[in-house]
Write a protein that binds this ligand. Sequence first.
Ligand code: NAD
Ligand code: DAU
Length: 352
Amino acid sequence: MKTYLVTGGAGFIGSNFVIYMLNKYDDVKIINIDSLTYAGNLENLKSVENNPNYKFIQADICDKNAINEIFENNDIDYVVNFAAESHVDRSIENPEIFVKTNVLGTLNLLCAAKKAWSVGDDVYRNGVKYLQISTDEVYGSLGPDGYFLETTPLDPHSPYSSSKASADLVVKAYFDTYKFPMNITRCSNNYGPFQFPEKLIPLMINNALSHKSLPVYGDGMQIRDWLFVEDHCKAIDMVIRDGKIGEVYNIGGHNERPNVKIVETIIDYIKNNVDDSVDKHLIKHVEDRKGHDRRYGIAPDKIKEDLGWYPETTFEVGIQKTIKWYLDNMDWMKNVTSGEYQKYYEKMYSKK
Ligand code: NAD
Ligand code: DAU
């Protein structure tokens, strides 16, 4: 029985990962710690909340006492750190919390894990590992050609991506200085169930269903490399089990698309299957994001060759599954778009 300390497990990817692992294995125990910010939602975990191998603790990864206590009271084998402030637009408005959570929170987890796992000077209990869930945004922006490799220099542009890059460097420093057992994964844009509707795909689905305008930043020709969240979860599982200590793995599916094409795909699905009055007239080109990265594209060759990972879900299948999930979970959408979200949306989009 291996015990995973998953942080940020009430968010989008974290909750998908917790569900994926508990559905796949009977011999894993998951302790999910999450401070439940606006992005954390225990509703996401309803299907596993009574699983005897699952436990939730509300805690902030920046809280030294709380995190040390969790390590003292549990035999943790793996840490998977999803907890983060994750939205670029919010980081442009309010960078401070991004540095606090994403950098200092990561350092706090590293300190606690190092203390709990040390069995000698730079020697650790057998089989333990810390996995930092990072992002392709740490590499900056690509021109029309080429891909991000693990060796691509870090060149982040937003407060969000610079905080993630800083965290990666702290994790790397723990390996270089203390031989601390770690991996870093850098994934491209995820989509799928439980994604908070501040992000492109669920925002467009929600707006289209309620006949609100679809705010495309700038010319809409910025390119992202989309990966279905379950394929990301599979990659994380493989890296924890078989990733070589100290290595970075890029995760992406060679599925690059301009934003406006993503929006058109969503419109087409809803028009053809739900409401034929929804069409392209809802698209509204609005003021661009400051410092907007033009193109992301991951070369996933290393994780394919070393660990045998590949993305199983094509975009055509994944986007249909995703839209259907939101259609089947309109109450979820209604709950998360009330309160804080409404204020955020009005502030963010009334300026555009
Ligand atoms: P999310 O915003 O949906 O979820 C983040 C979770 O972290 C929430 O449950 C929130 O409550 C929790 N959290 C925030 N601050 C915390 C704190 N101080 N202590 C404890 N919990 C805290 O994010 P996501 O999209 O699921 O992303 C998860 C991770 O994956 C992040 O580290 C992000 O940088 C990375 N990532 C995301 C994507 C993507 O496309 N969404 C792609 C690559 C990497
Ligand atoms: O690349 C991985 C990253 O993907 C993760 O590290 C981040 O946590 C995650 O939020 C995501 O960042 P992006 O900025 O790429 O995602 P977002 O959904 O915010 O935007 C996707 C693209 O769509 C981006 O080019 C901006 C554009 N966009 C976004 C919104 C919300 C719009 O044109 N209109 C919008 O309303």
